[in-house]
Design a protein around this ligand. Structure first.
Ligand SMILES: N[C@@H](CCC(=O)N[C@@H](CS)C(=O)NCC(=O)O)C(=O)O
Length: 222
């Protein structure tokens, strides 16, 4: 049975999972959850996702939520399909550097890029709410300092965990794209290595397809 991805076609966390499905060409169907209508807070959904958030993956009755956990599940279930996005667990050092990169994204990028994206793009664009300039400026300032460290790391290696693309790089795509939509150009102005890395990952075929919109119905890949 084709994987069921419950989520919003415009929500960052849903798109984080979608890009991995496209990258690895794993057939799936998006079951849209309308956040503006509160479909993520109805009892039947809360039964599966007690926090009332998207996305959620249903694999023939097995349910897992949290976007990064879903991505790890997909890589573990389909290790030989498409690019390998997590190092082999037998490679202790590569695994440690992957875990480091994954933590860098959650600790040093996600919340700051998320605040910039929410204030500068998501609130005005989708909820008709004004941008809180103070929150936006503070988050952009912190993000800028964090990206100085990214610049150092990426001056020594191609991707965040080493010279191979991993899930840790792909995790940045939704908020990174929304940061630009929020009028913040840090990912292309901070330094040559951040710019090179960002252009590389954000121009991947998978992300280009996801940004165009996820079609209704089951999605099969050639
Ligand atoms: N850590 C979670 C965050 C999920 C999340 O915040 N989802 C948002 C959409 S991007 C949501 O459902 N927001 C509605 C809410 O929290 O009520 C993940 O990565 O899946």
């Amino acid at each position: 049975m084709v994987l069921k991805l419950y989520g919003s076609p415009v929500a960052s966390c849903t798109l984080r999972v979608a890009v991995v499905l496209y990258e690895k060409k794993i057939p799936f169907e998006l079951y849209p959850i309308d956040l503006q209508k509160g479909e993520h807070k109805v009892p039947t959904y809360l039964e599966k996702q007690p926090f009332g958030q998207v996305p959620l993956l249903d694999d023939d009755g097995f349910v897992v939520f949290e976007s990064r956990a879903i991505c790890r599940y997909l890589e573990a279930k389909y290790p030989n399909q498409g690019p390998k996005l997590v190092p082999a667990s037998s490679d202790l050092k590569a695994t440690a550097l992957f875990e480091q990169a994954a933590s860098i994204e959650t600790a040093n990028f996600d919340s700051f890029a998320g605040k910039v994206a929410v204030e500068g793009y998501i609130k005005p664009q989708f909820f008709n709410l004004p941008k809180n300039q103070v929150v936006y400026d503070e988050a952009a300032k912190t993000l800028s300092a964090k990206l100085d460290a990214y610049e150092k790391i990426l001056s020594r290696q191609k991707y965040l965990a080493g010279d191979e693309l991993t899930l840790a790089d792909l995790y940045h795509l939704p908020f990174g794209t929304n940061v630009a939509a929020a009028g913040c150009d840090l990912l292309t102005s901070k330094g040559p290595n951040v710019t090179r890395w960002w252009k590389d990952i954000s121009s991947r075929e998978s992300w280009t397809a996801v940004k165009k919109g996820i079609p209704a119905g089951a999605i099969e890949f050639d």
